[in-house]
Ligand binder design. Sequence first.
Ligand code: ADP
Length: 178
Amino acid sequence: MTQLRVGKTRLTLVQGDITIQQVDAIVNAANAALRGGGGVDGAIHRAGGPDIMAECRRIGGCPTGKAVRTTAGRLPADHVIHAVGPIWSGGNAGEPDLLASAYRRSLEVAASQGARTVAFPSISTGVYGYPKDLAADTALDTVSAALSRLDFDEVRFVVFGDDDLATYEQAMHARAPE
Ligand code: ADP
Protein backbone atom coordinates (compact mmCIF):
# COMPACT_ATOMS: atom_id res chain seq x y z
CA MET A 1 0.00 0.00 0.00
CA THR A 2 1.73 3.17 -1.16
CA GLN A 3 -1.24 5.43 -1.86
CA LEU A 4 -4.35 6.48 0.02
CA ARG A 5 -6.98 9.01 -0.87
CA VAL A 6 -8.35 11.37 1.77
CA GLY A 7 -11.08 13.50 0.24
CA LYS A 8 -9.49 15.07 -2.84
CA THR A 9 -5.93 14.63 -1.56
CA ARG A 10 -3.56 11.79 -2.41
CA LEU A 11 -1.40 10.54 0.45
CA THR A 12 1.59 8.85 -1.14
CA LEU A 13 4.59 6.94 0.16
CA VAL A 14 8.01 6.88 -1.46
CA GLN A 15 11.38 5.64 -0.28
CA GLY A 16 14.30 7.95 -0.98
CA ASP A 17 15.85 11.34 -0.44
CA ILE A 18 13.48 14.18 0.41
CA THR A 19 15.81 16.80 -1.07
CA ILE A 20 15.14 15.66 -4.65
CA GLN A 21 11.35 15.61 -4.40
CA GLN A 22 9.52 17.68 -7.01
CA VAL A 23 6.91 19.21 -4.73
CA ASP A 24 5.97 22.76 -3.73
CA ALA A 25 7.15 22.38 -0.13
CA ILE A 26 9.38 19.94 1.69
CA VAL A 27 9.33 19.65 5.46
CA ASN A 28 12.55 19.53 7.44
CA ALA A 29 12.90 17.70 10.77
CA ALA A 30 14.62 20.71 12.35
CA ASN A 31 15.83 21.45 15.87
CA ALA A 32 14.52 24.33 17.98
CA ALA A 33 17.62 26.43 17.33
CA LEU A 34 17.25 25.99 13.53
CA ARG A 35 21.00 25.35 13.48
CA GLY A 36 21.07 22.39 11.14
CA GLY A 37 22.63 19.11 12.14
CA GLY A 38 22.72 15.56 10.92
CA GLY A 39 20.06 13.41 9.33
CA VAL A 40 17.50 14.97 7.07
CA ASP A 41 18.29 18.47 8.37
CA GLY A 42 21.92 18.19 7.27
CA ALA A 43 20.91 16.76 3.91
CA ILE A 44 18.52 19.66 3.22
CA HIS A 45 21.08 22.34 4.07
CA ARG A 46 23.82 20.59 2.06
CA ALA A 47 21.66 20.18 -1.02
CA GLY A 48 19.83 23.51 -0.73
CA GLY A 49 22.85 25.73 -0.12
CA PRO A 50 23.57 28.56 2.34
CA ASP A 51 20.48 30.72 1.70
CA ILE A 52 18.36 28.39 3.80
CA MET A 53 20.67 28.68 6.84
CA ALA A 54 20.93 32.45 6.42
CA GLU A 55 17.17 32.70 6.68
CA CYS A 56 17.08 30.28 9.64
CA ARG A 57 19.56 32.56 11.46
CA ARG A 58 17.36 35.58 10.81
CA ILE A 59 14.31 33.73 12.16
CA GLY A 60 16.37 32.65 15.18
CA GLY A 61 14.52 29.56 16.37
CA CYS A 62 11.26 27.65 16.52
CA PRO A 63 9.57 26.05 19.54
CA THR A 64 8.92 22.30 19.60
CA GLY A 65 5.61 21.47 17.91
CA LYS A 66 5.76 24.51 15.64
CA ALA A 67 7.04 25.17 12.12
CA VAL A 68 8.56 28.06 10.15
CA ARG A 69 9.09 28.64 6.44
CA THR A 70 12.24 29.53 4.51
CA THR A 71 13.26 29.55 0.88
CA ALA A 72 14.34 26.20 -0.54
CA GLY A 73 17.55 27.60 -2.04
CA ARG A 74 18.78 25.31 -4.81
CA LEU A 75 16.25 22.56 -4.11
CA PRO A 76 13.52 21.78 -6.64
CA ALA A 77 10.88 22.74 -4.04
CA ASP A 78 9.76 26.35 -3.51
CA HIS A 79 9.65 26.24 0.28
CA VAL A 80 11.29 24.46 3.18
CA ILE A 81 9.01 24.17 6.19
CA HIS A 82 11.20 23.64 9.27
CA ALA A 83 9.16 21.63 11.76
CA VAL A 84 10.44 20.86 15.23
CA GLY A 85 9.35 17.48 16.54
CA PRO A 86 9.76 16.34 20.15
CA ILE A 87 12.67 14.37 21.54
CA TRP A 88 11.23 11.02 22.70
CA SER A 89 11.60 10.62 26.44
CA GLY A 90 9.25 7.72 27.14
CA GLY A 91 5.97 9.10 25.84
CA ASN A 92 4.61 10.80 28.95
CA ALA A 93 6.07 14.24 28.29
CA GLY A 94 3.50 15.32 25.71
CA GLU A 95 5.41 13.80 22.79
CA PRO A 96 2.32 12.62 20.84
CA ASP A 97 0.66 16.06 20.98
CA LEU A 98 3.90 17.81 20.07
CA LEU A 99 4.51 15.50 17.11
CA ALA A 100 0.92 15.94 15.90
CA SER A 101 1.30 19.69 16.26
CA ALA A 102 4.51 19.67 14.19
CA TYR A 103 2.66 17.94 11.32
CA ARG A 104 -0.41 20.17 11.65
CA ARG A 105 1.56 23.42 11.78
CA SER A 106 3.66 22.34 8.80
CA LEU A 107 0.53 21.88 6.70
CA GLU A 108 -0.88 25.21 7.89
CA VAL A 109 2.33 27.02 6.96
CA ALA A 110 2.48 25.22 3.60
CA ALA A 111 -1.15 26.13 2.87
CA SER A 112 -0.50 29.77 3.78
CA GLN A 113 2.21 29.78 1.08
CA GLY A 114 -0.19 28.38 -1.50
CA ALA A 115 1.58 25.00 -1.70
CA ARG A 116 -0.46 22.23 -3.37
CA THR A 117 2.04 19.43 -2.82
CA VAL A 118 4.03 18.77 0.37
CA ALA A 119 6.60 16.12 1.27
CA PHE A 120 7.29 15.04 4.87
CA PRO A 121 10.17 13.04 6.33
CA SER A 122 9.45 10.85 9.33
CA ILE A 123 9.85 13.63 11.92
CA SER A 124 11.52 12.76 15.27
CA THR A 125 12.24 9.11 14.37
CA GLY A 126 16.00 9.51 13.81
CA VAL A 127 18.23 11.09 16.43
CA TYR A 128 15.14 12.16 18.43
CA GLY A 129 14.30 8.51 19.04
CA TYR A 130 10.52 8.50 18.56
CA PRO A 131 9.23 4.93 18.00
CA LYS A 132 8.70 4.57 14.27
CA ASP A 133 5.33 2.81 14.38
CA LEU A 134 3.81 5.34 16.78
CA ALA A 135 5.21 8.21 14.73
CA ALA A 136 3.75 6.83 11.49
CA ASP A 137 0.30 6.49 13.10
CA THR A 138 0.45 10.07 14.36
CA ALA A 139 1.68 11.37 11.01
CA LEU A 140 -1.10 9.70 9.02
CA ASP A 141 -3.90 10.49 11.46
CA THR A 142 -2.87 14.11 11.94
CA VAL A 143 -2.43 14.80 8.24
CA SER A 144 -5.73 13.07 7.40
CA ALA A 145 -7.60 15.11 10.01
CA ALA A 146 -6.06 18.39 8.84
CA LEU A 147 -7.20 17.71 5.27
CA SER A 148 -10.80 18.34 6.30
CA ARG A 149 -9.94 22.06 6.46
CA LEU A 150 -6.77 22.42 4.36
CA ASP A 151 -6.62 21.78 0.63
CA PHE A 152 -3.71 19.92 -1.02
CA ASP A 153 -3.34 17.79 -4.14
CA GLU A 154 -0.73 15.50 -2.60
CA VAL A 155 0.94 14.90 0.74
CA ARG A 156 3.94 12.65 0.24
CA PHE A 157 5.69 10.70 2.99
CA VAL A 158 9.33 10.21 2.13
CA VAL A 159 10.98 7.44 4.11
CA PHE A 160 14.65 6.61 4.11
CA GLY A 161 15.15 3.11 5.49
CA ASP A 162 13.56 -0.22 4.53
CA ASP A 163 12.12 -0.55 8.03
CA ASP A 164 10.47 2.89 7.74
CA LEU A 165 8.96 1.88 4.42
CA ALA A 166 7.47 -1.29 5.90
CA THR A 167 6.13 0.63 8.90
CA TYR A 168 4.39 3.22 6.72
CA GLU A 169 3.05 0.60 4.31
CA GLN A 170 1.44 -1.20 7.22
CA ALA A 171 0.01 2.00 8.69
CA MET A 172 -1.46 3.01 5.32
CA HIS A 173 -2.87 -0.45 4.77
CA ALA A 174 -4.60 -0.27 8.16
CA ARG A 175 -6.29 2.97 7.09
CA ALA A 176 -7.35 1.89 3.59
CA PRO A 177 -11.04 1.48 2.85
CA GLU A 178 -12.12 -2.16 2.43
P1 ADP B 1 14.99 13.86 14.12
O1 ADP B 1 16.08 14.65 14.78
O2 ADP B 1 13.69 14.63 14.03
O3 ADP B 1 14.83 12.50 14.70
P2 ADP B 1 16.50 12.83 11.81
O4 ADP B 1 16.94 13.60 10.64
O5 ADP B 1 17.55 12.28 12.72
O6 ADP B 1 15.44 13.75 12.59
O7 ADP B 1 15.61 11.61 11.32
C1 ADP B 1 14.30 11.74 10.82
C2 ADP B 1 14.07 10.71 9.74
O8 ADP B 1 14.59 11.21 8.50
C3 ADP B 1 14.74 9.36 9.97
O9 ADP B 1 13.81 8.35 9.64
C4 ADP B 1 15.89 9.37 8.97
O10 ADP B 1 16.20 8.06 8.51
C5 ADP B 1 15.29 10.16 7.84
N1 ADP B 1 16.21 10.78 6.87
C6 ADP B 1 17.53 11.06 6.97
N2 ADP B 1 17.98 11.64 5.85
C7 ADP B 1 16.93 11.73 5.00
C8 ADP B 1 16.74 12.23 3.66
N3 ADP B 1 17.75 12.77 2.95
N4 ADP B 1 15.51 12.15 3.11
C9 ADP B 1 14.47 11.63 3.81
N5 ADP B 1 14.57 11.15 5.06
C10 ADP B 1 15.79 11.19 5.64
